[in-house]
Design a protein around this ligand. Structure first.
Ligand SMILES: *[C@@H]1O[C@H](CO)[C@@H](O)[C@H](O)[C@H]1NC(C)=O
Ligand SMILES: *[C@@H]1O[C@H](CO)[C@@H](O)[C@H](O)[C@H]1NC(C)=O
Ligand SMILES: *[C@@H]1O[C@H](CO)[C@@H](O)[C@H](O)[C@H]1NC(C)=O
Ligand SMILES: *[C@@H]1O[C@H](CO)[C@@H](O)[C@H](O)[C@H]1NC(C)=O
Ligand SMILES: *[C@@H]1O[C@H](CO)[C@@H](O)[C@H](O)[C@H]1NC(C)=O
Ligand SMILES: *[C@@H]1O[C@H](CO)[C@@H](O)[C@H](O)[C@H]1NC(C)=O
Ligand SMILES: *[C@@H]1O[C@H](CO)[C@@H](O)[C@H](O)[C@H]1NC(C)=O
Ligand SMILES: *[C@@H]1O[C@H](CO)[C@@H](O)[C@H](O)[C@H]1NC(C)=O
Ligand SMILES: *[C@@H]1O[C@H](CO)[C@@H](O)[C@H](O)[C@H]1NC(C)=O
Ligand SMILES: *[C@@H]1O[C@H](CO)[C@@H](O)[C@H](O)[C@H]1NC(C)=O
Ligand SMILES: *[C@@H]1O[C@H](CO)[C@@H](O)[C@H](O)[C@H]1NC(C)=O
Ligand SMILES: *[C@@H]1O[C@H](CO)[C@@H](O)[C@H](O)[C@H]1NC(C)=O
Length: 432
């Protein structure tokens, strides 16, 4: 089952140098072969018969574009090294960097003996077809700064021993089949900058220990997990955070007001959870925010001040139960590209807002709300607008002539309103 196509342990070639990426076939190169030769030179047994083909003069190697695929111990398919990771890998105890990413490693679990590579600093096994659990001995690799095992089929629970890797800066386990909870021991990873656990089957609440990860900048617990319970208020202590993505889980309760303390946030995605209550006014303090994605069961009004610093690009608060007006502060939001307010209970008139300054707005969707009044004519000045959906509201009056002149328009939906008058003549131009 765990057959290993490479003929001997020397095939450990694959264990390489910083940033050496073992690729063969079309992408193999003399340079890569040279890197392997350099490594061979460090062997004590380089006269081993299995290594004789490792040279640039080897008959098979004359065609340099297929180096080093023809060497003993190296096996390539369609440009990728195939096989599984040999357990003898544990003998290379001085290894610092192990980079096998984007190959076709498959068959069985990551061997436990990897835990013997106690000098390892970087471990890259992402984009393979590895399955089974991560061995708990991984917690012995105490110099690891970077462990990237994403895009495999690893399963079981995430070992608590990972919390012992106090030098870890990047931990990416996304797109696997891990289940169970996020280990509370993760709270010890105080150098962690990037934590990616999205697309797994993780459940249980987010442990409050996460509030101790003071170096964290990127927190992706993203979609296709089953995290439940509230967002821990201590997340407000992660003031270095730039990306917070908790979307597509089953988180409930309200948004802690402390999220407004994360003033370095660029992207905040809480969409597709079961969060409720009102959106805290403090969200308006997120002065670096560019993306705000909030589809849930929120009620009450939106914070009056959004886009204070004028860099918000994408706001989606669609499909909530929000009430009150669409915040007037958006009229100074010259950075706005996409705005989705549909499926709420917003009231008031769109004319309260001077849309003319949102010069790069491409999408404005306010469908299925309680909006009254007319369609503001300055919308006709938004020359990049390609989607305008104001359907299913209580809009009245005539469709402004200017709207008919928008040459970029691809989708204009105004149905189910109380509009009067004719369809503007210019609209015909849009319909080619
Ligand atoms: C070469 O590899 C084969 C296959 O793994 C192995 O049986 C043999 O012992 C190796 N030869 C040497 C000299 O290591
Ligand atoms: C390998 O073999 C060559 C000659 O065949 C010899 O000169 C050299 O010393 C050997 N190296 C080792 C490390 O045994
Ligand atoms: C070298 O090998 C590649 C891939 O097998 C082949 O496309 C190319 O024609 C070969 N070049 C020569 C000079 O044989
Ligand atoms: C790993 O280390 C343990 C204990 O030091 C040893 O028993 C085991 O054989 C080693 N495994 C490998 C593959 O080197
Ligand atoms: C690897 O280490 C194990 C024990 O740790 C040992 O039994 C085995 O012979 C070693 N393999 C090689 C090729 O040195
Ligand atoms: C992990 O996947 C393997 C099949 O690849 C399966 O046999 C095993 O039961 C799974 N383990 C868990 C904990 O899901
Ligand atoms: C972490 O390391 C300590 C000391 O080396 C050890 O006692 C403990 O069992 C480890 N924790 C886990 C969860 O492996
Ligand atoms: C953090 O991890 C994600 C997913 O693995 C990746 O897309 C992103 O580039 C990483 N960022 C940094 C700064 O390492
Ligand atoms: C943030 O951490 C401090 C201690 O470092 C603690 O007193 C405070 O309660 C934490 N804030 C939150 C919101 O938990
Ligand atoms: C917004 O930030 C200012 C300055 O840091 C602070 O005084 C204010 O209380 C914050 N507002 C909210 C609603 O958190
Ligand atoms: C929205 O309009 C509907 C239909 O007129 C009305 O029943 C509902 O009370 C309105 N909701 C709000 C929040 O104004
Ligand atoms: C549209 O833009 C033009 C030129 O920038 C300006 O004169 C005009 O008043 C604007 N129209 C509306 C309705 O804002």
């Amino acid at each position: 089952m765990c057959s290993f196509k490479i003929i001997s342990i020397f095939l450990l070639v694959l264990l390489l140098f910083p940033s050496f990426q073992p690729k063969c076939g079309a992408s193999a190169s003399v340079e890569e072969a040279a890197a392997l030769l350099k490594w061979k030179a460090s062997f004590q047994n380089q006269n081993n018969s299995n290594l004789t083909s490792w040279n640039l003069q080897s008959v098979n190697a004359k065609n340099s574009s297929i180096l080093p695929c023809t060497w003993a111990g190296i096996s390539c398919t369609d440009g990728s090294i195939i096989g599984s990771i040999p357990k003898q890998i544990g003998n290379l105890s001085k290894l610092n960097y192990l980079n096998f990413y984007a190959n076709e490693l498959s068959g069985c679990a990551i061997p436990k003996s990897l835990g013997n590579l106690t000098n390892l600093i970087e471990l890259y096994l992402y984009e393979n077809q590895l399955s089974g659990p991560i061995f708990k001995e991984v917690g012995d690799l105490k110099f690891l700064t970077d462990m990237e095992l994403g895009e495999n089929q690893l399963n079981g629970s995430i070992p608590a021993s990972i919390g012992n890797l106090s030098n870890l800066e990047v931990l990416s386990l996304q797109n696997n089949q891990f289940s169970g909870s996020i280990p509370v021991t993760f709270g010890n990873l105080n150098k962690l900058v990037n934590l990616s656990l999205y697309q797994n089957h993780l459940s249980s609440p987010i442990p409050p220990m996460i509030g101790k990860l003071s170096s964290l900048q990127f927190l992706y617990l993203l979609y296709q997990n089953h995290l439940s319970g509230p967002i821990p208020p201590v997340i407000g202590n992660l003031t270095s955070l730039q990306f917070l993505n908790l979307g597509q889980n089953t988180l409930s309760s309200t948004i802690p007001k402390y999220l407004g303390d994360l003033t370095n946030l660029i992207r905040l995605d809480l969409s597709d959870n079961q969060l409720s209550g009102s959106i805290p006014v403090s969200i308006g303090n997120l002065s670096n925010l560019q993306y705000l994605l909030f589809r849930n069961q929120f009620s009450g009004p939106l914070p009056e001040l959004l886009c204070q610093s004028g860099i918000l690009q994408n706001i989606s608060v669609a499909e909530n139960m929000l009430t009150g007006p669409i915040p007037k502060s958006l009229q100074s939001c010259s950075s706005l590209v996409r705005a989705h307010f549909n499926g709420n209970r917003f009231q008031g008139s769109l004319s309260e807002i001077n849309w003319g300054k949102c010069k790069i707005l491409k999408t404005l969707v306010v469908a299925k709300n309680n909006i009254t009044g007319g369609i503001p004519p300055e919308i006709g000045n938004l020359t990049q607008l390609h989607t305008l959906n104001l359907s299913s509201n209580y809009l009245s009056g005539e469709i402004p002539r200017e709207v008919g002149k928008l040459a970029s328009m691809l989708k204009l939906d105004l149905h189910d309103n109380q509009l009067t008058g004719g369809i503007p003549q210019d609209l015909g131009v849009l319909m080619e």
